[in-house]
Design a protein around this ligand. Structure first.
Ligand code: SAH
Length: 344
């Protein structure tokens, strides 16, 4: 089955032409699809065309299977069902500057970061661009009037490992006749696939690139992130510098503080030295504890100390707010829990 939503306007035009339809129908179809409409809503398309479309492809690639609402901050966690029975997670956070949605890019992940719940069962498959768009539309439906304003690709999956569909998603979600979400309101997070990061810098997509760095040196990084065996921190930060040069956008460096691993103030000093002169911002967050792996988060005082050490060395840094802590808000935790419940 085709996913109509994942097609560029030109491709829709061609597909409709192949079906013997008029080219102007493509524009109508594109705007309906990206408003989240089903075939039955598309009242300015003839019924027989809607039937043909439904025979060949799908209108809604994603459905909401479960929603949990945080009692702490109103953050909502979605479990999205895909048409093949797989499911992925998303998180909707309400900030004063608008609703931010975190979406998934793969079912599972093959990167194997030791602290991450999304990767425990490996990668099942890539999501399509349509399935990424479908997550945004599900959230918009729930927001009822308000719309998703910012998107972060920080759910399950490694975006740079699903490069083509991620780029397609970015172009479609920012299309003026579609959801028209500004690329400056989108963050793409990667564990550091260097060749793809360099290619991405040349796409002309001014999103915010986030690198999951999590370590001040290769030795520590290799303990927690297998990707560090493939690319050194130097190579990875060079790819970031290239991104900054090409896009004019500063890069965000994610750093999850893990007790006894990377949280020592000496690590902050070492990190600061590496980042000197780079147009970047460090996001600190205490690790969400992963008991299965014996990795634990840190006390607030340790976050403060690390932050102060960076600031003293003139590195721009903040402590990222954690939201939805009571609803398995983070990183594959809900999907894991639901899958475990289903197995039991
Ligand atoms: N694969 C991409 C995006 C998905 S993960 C990446 O690696 O960046 C989104 C962010 O959550 C990454 O920075 C990741 O390192 C972080 N993360 C994963 N597990 C975590 C945990 N248990 N606690 C805190 N952050 C975690």
């Amino acid at each position: 089955m085709l996913e109509w939503m994942g097609m560029y306007p030109d491709e829709l035009k061609q597909a409709l032409a192949d079906m013997g339809e008029k080219p102007f129908r493509a524009g109508q179809l594109f705007s309906w699809l990206h408003r989240g409409a089903c075939f039955s809503d598309m009242t300015n398309l003839p019924l027989n065309l809607r039937e043909k479309l439904a025979d060949r492809g799908v209108d809604q690639p994603v459905e909401v299977r479960d929603i949990r609402v945080s009692q702490l901050d109103g953050t909502r966690k979605f479990l999205f069902a895909l048409r093949d029975g797989n499911c992925v997670e998303g998180v909707l956070m309400r900030y004063h500057y608008g609703a931010t949605l975190c979406i998934s890019t793969q079912v599972g992940c093959k990167m194997g970061c030791r602290f991450c719940a999304s990767t425990l069962d490996g990668c099942v498959r890539n999501l399509t661009a349509a399935e990424m768009l479908g997550q945004v539309q599900c959230a918009n439906r729930l927001l009822d009037g308000e719309r998703v304003h910012n998107i972060v690709l920080m759910g399950s999956g490694e975006p740079m490992d699903n490069y083509d569909q991620v780029v397609r998603f970015l172009r479609l979600v920012s299309h003026p006749d579609g959801l028209n979400i500004g690329l400056r309101h989108i963050s793409v997070s990667t564990c550091g696939l260097v060749p793809q990061m360099r290619a991405f810098a040349q796409e002309g997509l001014p999103v915010t690139l986030s690198l999951s760095l999590h370590a001040p040196n290769d030795g520590i990084r290799r303990q927690i992130m297998p990707i560090a065996n493939r690319y050194t921190i130097d190579e990875t930060l060079d790819a970031c510098r290239y991104y900054i040069e090409k896009t004019g956008r500063r890069v965000v460096l994610e750093y999850a503080l893990i007790d006894g691993v990377n949280a020592d103030p000496a690590c902050a000093d070492e990190l600061a030295k590496r980042l000197r002169g780079m147009q970047c911002h460090v996001n600190l967050i205490p690790l969400n504890t992963v008991k299965e792996r014996n990795l634990y988060g840190v006390q607030e005082s340790q976050v403060r100390a690390f932050l102060t050490a960076l600031e003293n060395r003139h590195i721009s840094a903040t402590r990222r707010r954690e939201m939805g802590d009571d609803i398995e808000g983070a990183c594959g935790q809900l999907r894991k829990k639901v899958m475990q419940e289903e197995r039991a």
